[in-house]
Design a protein around this ligand. Structure first.
Ligand code: ADP
Length: 261
């Protein structure tokens, strides 16, 4: 911690002496505090499930292991903690990769309708468990060819569809549809009739680790990084993301994608 304070002090005193460079130094200080916040968040995200796992292991070692029912319950909870850790680490790994490879998009032409169907197949079970139905709003019955990095767009779809399931109301519906946006772009919409998002959160939702409700997100197994990954991928593609939401009624996350000629 002391090194961090030192860096702050050095930046401040340099600011006083080097008048012309004031702005540059300020942005360095800002970056520094951004990095510090990020590291703090990462440590927190890892610490919480790790302590949970440790707690269950210690209790088992202290004797709970002898009771068959308690043993299974605690092992199951410890395993859930490990699953959370794996999810956070996977998402961090993806962000690190996106930052270093952001210019290396593998652009190809593919049928977006097929990609949506694949994502539905992957998450049908997860949706069923929460009693949510996934609906494909097919206004096009033929292949809809787009030009983008297919794996990364699949990741965007996965994150949005999974969120619609996690924050959807039981017995709710997620609708995914594709429409023409303009001459050059299609727009893909992921619409849910779930809990919705209050206005004051909308502008911060795509920040790393920002969550409306910490415990609700954790209970759903979220890393808090899903939407920041979505934003990263779409920015790298030079595409837009739009969000409409009414608290208590539902949300619509949509993004543009280039039409293949
Ligand atoms: P998380 O892992 O917490 O789901 P995300 O970055 O994917 O992280 O989302 C950030 C937050 O945005 C979530 O914690 C949740 O509060 C809110 N959110 C995301 N998608 C939806 C949705 N479809 N409906 C309501 N809230 C949502």
């Amino acid at each position: 911690d002391s090194t961090i304070t030192d860096i702050d002090n050095i930046s401040k005193s340099m600011e006083e002496f080097v008048e012309g460079k004031r702005l540059e130094i300020k942005s360095l200080t800002e970056r520094d505090s951004f990095r510090r916040d990020f590291l703090g968040n990462v440590a927190h995200e890892l610490k919480t499930p790790l302590f949970t796992v440790q707690g269950y292991i210690l209790t088992l070692m202290e004797g709970a292991i002898n009771d068959k029912q308690i043993r299974m319950k605690y092992l199951d909870r410890a395993n859930k903690g490990v699953e959370r850790l794996v999810a956070v680490i996977k998402d961090l790994d993806m962000i690190a990769k996106l930052e270093t490879e952001s210019l290396k998009l593998n652009i190809e032409v593919f049928n977006i309708l097929e990609l949506i169907q694949n994502v539905f197949d992957l998450f049908e079970m997860k949706a069923k468990k929460r009693n949510i139905s996934l609906k494909f709003d097919r206004i096009y019955e033929f292949p809809v060819f787009v030009k983008a990095d297919v794996e990364k767009i699949e990741q965007v779809l996965i994150n949005l569809v999974v969120n619609s399931i996690k924050y959807g109301k039981p017995n709710g519906t997620t609708i995914v549809g594709v429409e023409s946006y303009n001459d050059k772009k299609f727009i893909v919409k992921v619409i849910d009739n779930g809990e919705g998002i209050q206005k004051q959160h909308l502008s911060r939702l795509f920040e790393r680790f920002y969550r409306v409700d910490q415990s609700r997100s954790r209970e759903q197994g979220g890393s808090g990084l899903g939407l920041s990954i979505v934003k990263h991928i779409l920015e790298a593609h030079d595409e837009n993301i739009l969000l409409k939401s009414t608290y208590g009624e539902g949300s619509e996350f949509s993004f543009t994608v280039e039409k293949a000629k």
